[in-house]
Design a protein around this ligand. Structure first.
Ligand code: HEC
Ligand code: HEC
Length: 401
């Protein structure tokens, strides 16, 4: 038994005793004495030593075996010990994204397990590629209580990625596998729908399910790689990243110097482009300029708005993208995974849409050629909000004729 393993056992033992209010009894013998405290009432923290001590022993990805059956208990993966706060083992990285997906205000903890001697392939334009054996994890936390609610896993097996969902127990020691969606209650009395494993592909639609581990999310708006990238590089588990590329990531929604457009488009990319990548009428990926959406008529209804457009320059009240994000009924967007409007995201989107105007230099200079006929159609209003609408087209053709 090596020194680190012994100290890990001691540490665990210390936690157990501390939780029982008996920290004064901790001994230095290295034996797991927690089991002998039988005069103590059984408490929340399991007294047996955890199956694995993730801070020391290497995890062998048993899920690469074709016979593997997902464990009913999340703890069995060996990624964490149920201490408070929950601690993961040394082979597990944790990371944050610049701009998270809105999930009704729930907080998230993101972990990645990468097998030893394997590497992650950095991509500047698309989601990174993870080796077989990797496990991507996202834990959802109730901000009212700081309790773990559910954990979503993508397990990279030989036959592809498998989605798993676990719901945490009351004592926060472990989480149990679920096979279909479940509604749970949050601290504020509202409910949260935990998706079933079948629901994941609504958003994770590609063979590579990675959505948030991209250069846009891992490199800051100011061009600095995050700690996850540093740690992967330090452990020689990242390939393909060149510092010289000068990549710029998404700004956070409250970034001080990023433009409204940068923030709004980053927000739309994260929350919408998993579905709207050209499917369902349009593309909200950051790679695609938003011009084509401005003034474009909706294909899926107008919500009773008179002059609807996907984005109507200057007016959120006619902009389907804003309106549908602000709904709470069946027409709400995103179409799955949230039920409460994202006030911070909506505020940025509103400020951006309201800042869009017909710019002063777009109308043709027709000082010396007065419009021949401005009264053919009194119903058309060239007031100048809709820069890509029919009205502008008429001005252009008028002036060139
Ligand atoms: C409403 C769309 C949506 C649904 C449904 C959804 N996800 Fe995701 N998921 C995302 C987005 C967007 C990200 C990246 C942004 C983030 O991490 O906040 C993500 C991130 C993740 C990550 C972190 C790794 C990565 O891809 O960035 C895991 C793991 C994950 N999801 C698992 C699942 C599983 C398992 C399910 C089904 C139970 C699921 N997700 C359902 C949209 C969704
Ligand atoms: C889980 C997949 C999914 C996500 C994520 C999603 N949408 Fe949609 N969206 C759809 C589907 C399906 C339709 C077509 C059916 C309908 O209109 O409800 C649609 C339609 C729309 C429409 C109507 C388009 C038209 O031409 O009439 C708008 C606007 C829209 N979505 C905005 C958004 C915005 C904004 C987001 C992100 C905040 C978003 N959606 C996220 C699936 C999604």
């Amino acid at each position: 038994m090596n020194i680190r393993l012994i100290s890990a056992i001691l540490l665990t033992n210390f936690f157990l005793l501390a939780c029982q209010g008996e920290s004064d009894k901790s001994d230095a013998s290295g034996t797991v004495s927690g089991e002998n405290q039988d005069s103590q009432p059984k408490n929340k923290v399991p007294v047996e030593a955890p199956e694995k001590l993730p801070n020391d022993s290497d995890i062998v990805p048993s899920w690469l075996d074709s016979q593997w059956v997902p464990p009913v208990s999340l703890k069995k993966f060996g990624f964490f010990v149920p201490t408070k706060p929950l601690t993961h083992g040394k082979q597990v990285y944790d990371y944050q994204v610049n701009l998270p997906l809105w999930s009704d205000g729930l907080e998230k903890v993101r972990w990645v397990f990468v097998p030893n001697d394997e590497t992650v392939a950095f991509k500047s334009e698309s989601p990174w590629s993870f080796p077989r054996g990797s496990v991507l994890m996202k834990h959802f936390v109730d901000p009212g209580t700081n309790r773990f609610l559910e954990s979503r896993l993508y397990v990279h097996r030989n036959q592809g990625w498998q989605a798993l969902v676990y719901i945490w127990n009351e004592h926060q020691t472990d989480a149990a596998l679920i096979s279909e969606a479940k509604t749970i209650e949050l601290a504020d009395g509202k409910t949260w729908l935990v998706p079933g494993p079948e629901d994941c592909a609504r958003c994770h639609r590609s063979e590579n399910p990675v959505l948030g581990i991209t250069s846009k999310q891992m490199i800051s708006f100011d061009g600095i790689p995050n700690e996850f990238m540093d740690e992967l590089s330090a452990r020689q588990q990242l390939t393909g990243y060149k510092n010289s590329e000068n990549l710029q990531g998404f700004p956070a929604l409250d970034h001080q110097s990023a433009s409204l457009e940068d923030k709004a488009r980053a927000m739309l990319h994260v929350n919408c482009s998993s579905c709207h990548d050209g499917s369902f009428s349009f593309d909200l990926s950051w790679q695609v300029a938003s011009d084509s959406l401005i003034g474009a008529p909706p294909q899926f209804g107008s919500l009773g708005v008179e002059e609807p457009a996907l984005i109507k320059a200057g007016s959120v009240d006619s902009s389907m993208i804003w309106l549908r994000m602000n709904l709470t009924d069946g027409r709400r967007m995103p179409a799955f995974g949230t039920s409460r409007p994202d006030s911070a995201g909506l505020a940025v989107l509103k400020d951006w849409i309201e800042s869009l105007r017909v710019s002063d230099d777009t109308p043709p200079e027709d000082d010396d050629t007065p419009p021949e006929d401005d009264s053919t159609d009194g119903s058309e209003d060239c007031g100048g909000t809709d820069i890509f609408g029919a009205c502008l087209e008429r001005i252009i053709s008028d002036s060139s004729s």
